[in-house]
Each structure stands twice: as C-alpha cells, then as structure tokens.
Design a protein around this ligand. Structure first.
Ligand code: BTN
Length: 263
C-alpha cells in the first residue's frame, strides 16, 4: 500500500515520467502548488510530486479537495510537452484516460470518464484532475494533479451519494502499482497527443466516456441542457439542444444525467 518511491519505482517502465524527481513528503500544502514552484526552479519534464496528506488540496473551479492522510493518491506530474500553448489543455484528456487505464490494469474495474476529466464508478466520482499551465525559462509547462480516492475516508461523509473510492468496489489495491501504471499510460497518451492531437487518443477516450450520448446540463459561462454528441479536435464538448442547435462547450460545469446525483 505504500507510496514511498522506493516501493514503486522498480515497477516503472517509463522513459521520463516519475524518473526525474520523486518529490515525496508526508504532508504538503498541495502537490500542484509545490510542483509549480519546482518547475519555476527548473525541474525537468516528468518530475513527480506526491504525498500522504495535503493541507490545502485544490480542486477545479477553486474548490477545496479533501486529501486526508493515507486515504488516496494525491500526486502531480510536471510535463514540458511538445505542444502549442493552445493545445496544452488536451493533456487533461490524456490524464483521465491514463488513470482509467491504470485502474483497469490494477483492479479490473471499468471507471468511466465524465467530460472533461472526472473518473466515475457506478455514477459516483472516484478521481479528479486539476491541470495548471505556466511558462518558465524552458517554455510551456503543465502541472497535472490527480486525486484518486482509495479508501472511504478520502472524501467527506456528506458527499457519499456523489463520491466513491476504490475500496468500495475492489480489494484494496496497492497504490504504488497504480502510480507506476498511470505514469506509463500517461507517457503513451501524451506522446499520442503530441503526434496527432486529440485524435491520437480519441477512440480510447470515447470508449470510456459516460458523457457522450447522455443528457447533460452545462452551467457557467453558458447555461444549457441537451444531448452530448461528440468531442471536437479542440476537446470541446458538442451539445445539441432541443431546438436542434449544436453548441460547442469549452469550459464549465457539466452534469450528466444519472451521474453524481444529477437526475
Ligand atoms: C477536481 O476538482 O476534480 C480536481 C481535483 C484534483 C485534486 C488533486 S490532489 C493532487 C493535486 N494537488 C491538488 O491540490 N489538487 C490535485
């Protein structure tokens, strides 16, 4: 169950991811915050930051991300991808796909992806991803943070109708095995995006989507309800409303009927 690098680095089969720095500390504010600072100090592509417990874990849309001691995998990977800045957000899809593949490999569970990057199991959220981008002396960098609920205690009890953890569905997995499998899958998915854009991972991503073909409600910059039909090459969700208009949604909060409490 350990996330100590000495435990899982022998399982690594990546070229760069997880090899540069395995910045492990017991308690950190936020692995994303710490890794962004390390990036600005020149940390190389593939650097990894992970911890047992975050005191200031952050989620998307400025939300707090609970990260209690030993209950999950709280980690961030630094990428310096060969991508234009406008294409870098596509990495979010690579992260979601890679974590779904890693979970399948280690636990045999089929986690589905709620656009853009939440992983859900039986309609409840299992994993969230926070992508942050910046520029430093080496150019564009992306910090991809992943919070995977392993034990029930990972999320506050009041979220139990919307959140879940791996131990509720499978034998308690070895966190080190999941980290190693995720880094390998992520390295492949990022390479596919560098070569072909979203098209490089689209078939694998679509096959795991819980959003496509479902009724969705979008709130934020736009507010609409319709059917999610596809994802375009920029990663935008294409939603058809009842009047037949096809809307391209780039950002916002998307609720999917039957998922995380949306009926
Ligand atoms: C979400 O809102 O769904 C994204 C949650 C991302 C949480 C992870 S935990 C590791 C990394 N460090 C953070 O502060 N956030 C991300």
């Amino acid at each position: 169950m350990s996330i100590l690098p000495a435990h899982w680095t022998p399982l690594l089969s990546t070229h760069a991811l997880g090899r540069a720095i395995n910045h492990y500390e017991h308690t950190l504010t936020s692995t994303n915050t710490v890794l962004k600072e390390l990036a600005r100090q020149g940390a190389p592509h593939g650097s990894l930051c992970l911890c047992e417990c975050q005191t200031a874990g952050r989620g998307r849309l400025d939300r707090v991300w609970a990260s209690p001691e030993g209950q999950g995998i709280w980690m961030s990977v630094l990428l310096r991808p060969a991508l234009r800045a406008e294409d870098a957000p596509l990495i979010t899809f690579a992260c979601a796909l890679a974590m779904a593949q890693a979970i399948k490999e280690v636990t045999a569970l089929d986690a589905r992806i709620k656009w853009p990057n939440d992983l859900v199991l039986q309609g409840r959220k299992l994993c969230g991803i926070l992508l942050e981008m910046g520029f430093d002396a080496q150019g564009l960098f992306v910090v991809a943070g992943t919070g995977l609920n392993i034990r029930r205690g990972a999320y506050p009890p009041e979220l139990s109708d919307r959140a879940t953890s791996l131990e509720e569905h499978a034998t308690l997995p070895d966190r080190g095995e999941i980290i190693a499998a995720y880094l390998r899958a992520l390295e492949d998915a990022v390479a596919a995006i560098e070569a072909e854009g979203f098209a490089g991972i689209a078939p694998l991503y679509r096959a795991r989507s819980v959003t496509l073909g479902s009724r969705v409600h979008v709130s934020g910059a736009v507010d609409l309800t319709g059917t999610a039909e596809d994802i375009n090459s920029s990663g935008a969700l294409l939603v058809r409303t009842e009047d037949g208009t096809l809307h391209s949604v780039m950002a916002g909060d998307v609720s999917v009927r039957g998922v995380m409490g949306y009926v």
